[in-house]
Design a protein around this ligand. Sequence first.
Ligand code: NIG
Ligand code: FE
Length: 405
Amino acid sequence: MGTILVTDISELVTNDPSAAAAGPAPASAPDGYERLGIITDAAMLIDGDIVRWVGPADEAPAGATTISAAGGAVIPGFVDSHNHLVFAGDRSAEFAARMAGQKYSAGGIATTVAATRAASDAELEDNLTTLMRQAEHSGTTTFEIKTGYGLTLADEIRQLEIINRHTDESTLIAAHVVPPEHKDNPERYVDLVVDEIIPAAAGKAKWIDVFCEEGAFTEDQTARILNAGVAAGMRPRLHANQLTAGGALQLAAAHGCASADHATFASDADLAALAEAGTVATLLPGVEFSTRQPYPDARRFHAAGVTVAIASDCNPGSCFTSSIPFCIALAVRDMHFTVEQAIWSATAGGAAALERSDIGRLSPGARADFSILTAPSYRHLAYRPGVNLIREVHRAGRPIAVNPS
Ligand code: NIG
Ligand code: FE
């Protein structure tokens, strides 16, 4: 592969303040502006799958094939660090009932488990690739994908094998809920997860995750499962404090989880523990939108010094959107992120939640994952909700999605 120069970029979001040598931030810059490392009137040189150079367009190296951003902004590809994309079946009636007043509970997961167990590998993989393609057209270039709708040894491993054909960021969440056949004895299911499923998933899953919640798994069960996953070579992450204000966030911090996700109910002590442990809080605005739960206030997380990511949590129950631009708009409007914090959290924040330094930024050495926008500023992603402003998406230097502009 030769070199490619992306030119005519109105604003390049690098997420690397040292790359933006263009001068100090505007006097009235919102919180999070400097971290975006913005270069205006910029160009970006790509060599194969890697970003080689970024800077002002008038200093761009000559000799490369050019792609014009046509005066649009360029941002890093979205790193969607929380997804449940391997499943079958439809739960739109459950959503409609919720909008008519019913409450979300972990119980609905069993519906998807039954449909997923009954589906063929080909059906599951077709559904997965359709969902991934939709998300790629909205600017997502990295996907974390979880199991959790199989809940038997064979079905969880089957999900992992499908996931591993499409991403390196695979997560075992066999402890999603206790499946119906173990309802009378949940501890027996925890034994199955620890003694059989985790050992079989070793080397196949990068991450171990648990839904630590009323109606799912207790804190003691969660600790046991995380420890077993870590002993099998997986890194821990956790579904924490989604429906109730339990001890799951502090448990995530104590276990050195890369990320604690949801955090819908978080006390000051929880936030202090996350900040102290360096555990990323992954907020999932689409879940609050789709379950009518209260939105957590991101200002508290930022004030406490917590690193914050935004992800979609695309799944058939609590949130069936894969659109990160939609999540950014919600995060800004309803969770009180500044636009700048939201853009950072959906890119560099997601990378931090996956312990990755090669993605989530556009500066020399990074993987060339980026979107060209049909808009002069990244701010339009929150300012124009529901309008697809993603014109062209590239992963590792190659185009993966092009939308009409
Ligand atoms: O992240 N919380 C647990 N798991 C998913 C919901 C799964 C479902 O309802 O099917 C979530 O919200
Ligand atoms: Fe989830």
